[in-house]
Design a protein around this ligand. Structure first.
Ligand code: AMP
Length: 286
């Protein structure tokens, strides 16, 4: 497996691949089984492709006061995981390699990014769009894999690809969870033992409300939303950022259940750690 630390090294590596297509797996490192599943999804969906993983803690998607400086960095373990899952190369540049000090061009998404995480993390999705556009331009992948764990990010990236005509197939991978249901995240390591225990309640609440919607016990989004607030609000230590029941495609808040699938999305603080999770609603009867 090649480790490429500069744009020049990436370009030379690509030039030597003789037109073999690539699937890109973008990450910020601190890799866990959720990331490993993306590499597996890449291999099974695109066996024709070589796998390129990027490991880059992207400064432009962190707001002031967020955890850019303390974001976990576990580079050697990350390389071992990539190699064990068959990655051909890892692109891991310094921030200065991708962002000139006086960089003045960025990519903005102005609809899906206004709500949910984008409302509390202003500028976050512009940072995501900018880095993903750069990676697509640098690596020219045939496909790229993103996790449903970051559901809004996946929707924003589909929009980026559609609106800017990137010839990249976007593959979505389901959320990988701990045994008690907590979505795996590089940030889970910030949780105290008590917070870690209670954090599993987020997924329990989402699942319970999704089941209630599916079986008709929660007949409207307003009723389902208030049940979600009641359940998450009763988790010790949980401070709600948002709880939403949205159209799974547009992310618009739902006023009634209809033919478009609904998605339940949550962002919850435990102490200084912000966790997100989401689930789909099983198909409604009728
Ligand atoms: P990150 O390193 O957190 O920026 O995530 C890199 C990619 O891994 C994104 O596409 C995430 O959605 C995905 N990812 C993170 N956690 C999980 C998980 N628990 N299950 C599946 N995919 C995940």
């Amino acid at each position: 497996m090649e480790v490429l630390e500069t744009v020049g090294a990436l370009r030379s590596w690509i030039a030597g691949r003789e037109n073999r297509p690539r699937v890109l797996v973008p990450t910020m490192g601190a890799l866990h089984a959720g990331h490993a599943s993306l590499l597996e999804a890449a291999a099974s969906a695109r066996p024709d492709c070589e796998c390129l993983v990027s490991i880059f803690v992207n400064p432009t998607q962190f707001g002031p006061g967020e955890d850019y400086e303390r974001y976990p960095r576990t580079f050697d373990e990350d390389l071992a995981l990539c190699e064990s899952r068959g990655a051909e190369a890892v692109f891991a540049p310094e921030a200065s390699e991708l962002y000139p000090a006086d960089a003045s061009v960025s990519v903005a998404e102005n609809r899906l990014s206004r709500v949910l995480c984008g409302a509390s993390r202003v500028g976050h999705f512009d940072g995501v769009c900018t880095i993903v556009a750069k990676l697509f331009l640098l690596a020219s992948p045939a496909a790229a894999v993103f996790g449903e764990k970051d559901y809004q990010q996946l929707a924003v990236i589909r929009r980026l690809v559609r609106d800017l005509h990137f010839p990249v197939e976007i593959l979505a991978a389901p959320t990988v969870r701990e045994a008690d249901g907590l979505a795996m995240s590089s940030r889970n390591r910030y949780l105290s033992p008590a917070e870690r225990l209670h954090a599993a309640g987020i997924h329990r609440a989402l699942r319970e409300v999704a089941a209630g919607i599916a079986n008709g016990a929660l007949p409207s989004p307003a009723i389902a939303r208030s049940e979600l607030h009641r359940l998450v609000g009763s988790i010790p230590g949980a401070r709600i950022d948002y709880l939403e029941i949205a159209d799974s495609g547009t992310l618009e808040s739902l006023e009634r259940f209809g033919p478009t699938p609904a998605r339940l999305l949550a962002a919850v603080h435990f102490g200084s750690t912000r966790l997100i999770d989401n689930v789909g609603v099983p198909k409604l009867n009728g």
